[in-house]
Design a protein around this ligand. Sequence first.
Ligand SMILES: [Fe+2]
Ligand SMILES: [Fe+2]
Length: 339
Amino acid sequence: MSVGVLVPMLEVPPSPSTPGGSTSCADELRRSPRPSLAELKEIERLQEEAARCSLAQLAEPVLANALLKFDTNAFGQSFRDYNAHNVRYNTVMETYRLNHVNQTYDFVLRQEEKYTKLQNGSMTVWDACELLNGMVDESDPDLDEPQIEHLLQTAEAIRREFPDDEWFHLVGLIHDLGKILSHPRYGNEPQWAVVGDTFPVGCKHAPCIVHSHFFADNPDSQDERMSSEAGLYEPGCGLDKVHMSWGHDEYMYQVMKLNGCTLPPQAFFIIRYHSFYALHRENAYQHLLNDHDREMLTWLKRFNKFDLYSKSKTRVDVAELKPYYMGLINKYFPAVLKW
Ligand SMILES: [Fe+2]
Ligand SMILES: [Fe+2]
């Protein structure tokens, strides 16, 4: 099928510079006067993710621009609702603005203090999967598959490629459970404090962070102590000493740690930093890492591939898979967790 004639020229505005000279997806697409079939397929994939997945997967600026510029997708079909995607784009932009303006060092310390008390209630890991499943993500008006399917598809994709690493399968299942923070009973936090890319607070914001221009209105940007590359931290101190912007990653990490989860260190690292795109995609913040972080980063990059690319049209059979994952949950978690 010829698709080239169905699309207009791609005009992608400049994205933030990429440190270290690495090339971003947006850079590559911007260089193409007419996108190739592979690029169109990528746009189609991103568009499908936008319909299903979290704000974290909407982070790539090229997606939003592609949705605004194209009348048809790679296969000549109309987008399901062109206006809806404009609305989505505005919602995403506003959420990023709120996130970048409000995620200050002090805000993060207050959230850590509040949520590490685990006073929101008790439930099993599987109950949390089902609770998340029943929640509507404001940023996903087109959500057409239950959230539990994203969790299980991620887990099953990992299981196919790493059949012997059962801990890794469980990471796929639980990686987004921290999103219950936006549930009225478990924090009722706004989207900007739950989803989206995460970044260190207390030091200079890397320019490669998506929509980094919004940091101009973050009070920390005016604080000299936090304006250098390392800011409040010692170079090479290790990420464990660095405070990250508050969201579902840090919350789930704390829930695991404080409930005595026995998963290996790489599982904790993946859960805690899977939305830290500036690190695992752009290789920024190297000056804060220690040897342990560099070792763990290999696993984080492996995981990110599954989180982003595991979306498939193949539905998963939740009832059939449940016994396998219950076995893993029972092995690595207490029966009931405090949240
Ligand atoms: Fe996530
Ligand atoms: Fe995810």
